[in-house]
Design a protein around this ligand. Structure first.
Ligand code: ATP
Ligand code: SF4
Length: 362
C-alpha cells in the first residue's frame, strides 16, 4: 500500500487559558495521500483550525502539544527543531486562510508582495527559479520577450521600470496568476489589495501559496467570506489544481455542502475528536454517526425544497473539562447510560469508512 504524504497520529493539543486548559484536540489520527483532497468538517469550536495550525507549525504561544505525531513524508514534524521546521513552512506545506485581506499587506501592490514571497523562498533555498535571460529587461523586443508572450500569452506593455533581476520573479508571479485563472494578470499585479474583489484576492493567495511548490496545501475556510458563485468558482479551481500542480489539499470547513463539492474524503471532527471518516460519496450515501447525520440535515438542498433545515440541538461541550464518555452524548437523541460513561471505539464499517459510536459494531 502507498505511504501517506501526511500521517497524523493520536494528536492532542491544549490551550492554556486564565481559568484552566482547553482541550482542543483529543487524540486525532488520520492520513492524507498524494494528490488527495481531504475535507475536515465540523462546527465552530471543534478544533479544525487548531489541527491546521499544528500541522504547519503556527500554533500560538499558549498552545501545548501534549502528544502525538505529525509525520510528513516520513518525518515527524513535531520532533524537529523550530528552525528546521520553519523550512517546511510554505515550501513543503502551505496554508491559506479565510480572509485574504488579512494575509495581504494593504499598502503594497500585489507585484511587490508576490515577488517578496518568491525571493524569501529562494533565499531560504527552498525554491529555485528557472534561469531566464536576465540581461534583457522586461519589455524589450527580441527572442526572450517573444517567448514570454508565447508561453504566458501576456503582452509587453507593463513593468518597463523593473530591474532585470526582478523580471524572473515577476514572470513567475504571472505564471501562477494565470494558473489560478486571473484575467489580465499583468494589470492585477499592479493593483493594491483594496482594489480587488474577495474572490480575486483569494485566488492570489492560492497562487502565492502554490508558487512555493508545496506538496500539501492547508486551506482554512478559504471560501467562507465569498459569495456563493465566487465560492463555487474558487472551489472548482482548487479541485482542478490538484491535477495541474500535483499537490494534496486539506480543506477545513464548517460546511458539509462545501466538502461535497470538492473532497475525495471527509473527516468529521467534533469537540476535538474524529467521529467519522469516509470517502465523500459513501459519507453522503451512508452517514452513520448521529453528528454527521445532523450536519448533513443542516445543508440547504436547493430552492425547491420545502423541508425546513434542522439544526443540531445544544452546543459543543465545555472543552475545559475532561469528557468521560462519548463527546456527542449531551446532544445525541440515541444516547444511553453506556454512552455517558464509556468512550466508543472506532468501528471499521468497510475499508475506507470508520465511525466512533456505540450504535455500531458487535
Ligand atoms: P472556528 O471555526 O470557530 O475557528 P474551529 O473548529 O476551527 O472553530 P478552533 O479554532 O481550533 O476550532 O478552536 C478549538 C477550541 O480551542 C475552541 O474552544 C477555541 O475557543 C479554543 N481556542 C482556539 N484558539 C485558542 C487560543 N489561542 N487560546 C485559547 N483557546 C483557543
Ligand atoms: Fe450518540 Fe452514543 Fe453514538 Fe455517542 S456513542 S453518538 S451518544 S449513540
Amino acid at each position: 500500500m502507498k505511504a501517506p504524504l501526511l500521517n497524523v497520529k493520536d494528536l492532542t493539543v491544549t490551550y492554556r487559558v486564565s481559568n484552566g486548559f482547553i482541550r482542543a484536540l483529543r487524540g486525532v489520527s488520520f492520513r492524507v495521500y498524494e494528490r488527495e483532497f481531504v475535507a475536515v468538517v465540523g462546527e465552530s469550536g471543534s478544533g479544525k483550525s487548531t489541527l491546521g495550525l499544528t500541522i504547519i507549525g503556527l500554533l500560538p504561544n499558549n498552545a501545548i502539544v501534549n502528544g502525538g505525531e505529525v509525520i510528513y513524508k516520513g518525518v515527524n514534524l513535531l520532533s524537529l527543531d523550530r528552525r528546521v521546521r520553519e523550512k517546511f513552512m510554505g515550501s513543503e506545506i502551505g496554508m491559506i486562510f479565510q480572509n485574504p485581506m488579512n494575509s495581504l499587506r494593504p499598502t503594497e501592490k500585489v507585484s511587490k508582495q508576490f515577488v517578496d514571497t518568491l525571493k524569501v523562498a529562494e533565499a531560504r533555498g527552498s525554491l529555485k527559479l528557472e534561469a531566464y535571460d536576465y540581461s534583457k529587461p522586461w519589455g524589450v523586443s527580441g527572442r526572450f520577450s517573444a517567448l514570454i508572450d508565447r508561453v504566458l500569452g501576456v503582452s509587453k506593455r507593463t513593468g518597463g521600470g523593473l530591474t532585470a533581476h526582478d523580471d524572473k520573479y515577476r514572470l513567475e508571479a504571472l505564471k501562477w496568476l494565470k494558473l489560478v485563472r486571473i484575467p489580465d494578470p499583468e494589470s492585477v499585479l499592479e493593483k493594491y489589495p483594496f482594489q480587488l474583489s474577495g474572490g480575486m484576492m483569494q485566488r492570489i493567495m492560492i497562487a502565492m501559496a502554490l508558487s512555493l511548490r508545496p506538496s500539501l496545501l492547508i486551506a482554512d475556510e478559504p471560501t467562507t467570506a465569498l459569495d456563493v458563485i465566487t465560492q463555487a468558482q474558487v472551489l472548482k479551481l482548487m479541485r482542478g489544481l490538484i491535477d495541474e500542480v500535483g499537490a494534496s489539499i486539506l480543506l477545513i470547513t464548517h460546511d458539509m455542502g462545501v466538502a461535497a463539492q470538492v473532497a475525495d474524503r471527509v473527516l468529521v471532527l467534533y469537540a476535538g475528536e474524529l467521529v467519522e471518516e469516509a470517502p465523500v460519496h459513501e459519507l453522503f450515501k451512508n452517514p452513520m454517526h448521529p453528528y454527521t447525520i445532523g450536519l448533513l440535515n443542516s445543508i440547504p438542498r436547493g430552492h425547491k425544497s420545502t423541508n425546513r433545515l434542522s439544526a443540531i440541538r445544544g452546543f459543543v461541550p465545555d472543552l475545559r473539562s475532561e469528557i468521560r464518555g462519548c463527546v456527542f452524548a449531551d446532544r445525541c437523541d440515541y444516547a444511553t447510560e453506556v454512552c455517558r460513561i464509556n468512550k466508543p471505539s472506532y468501528i471499521k464499517v468497510n475499508e475506507d469508512h470508520v465511525v466512533r459510536c456505540f450504535l455500531y459494531g458487535k
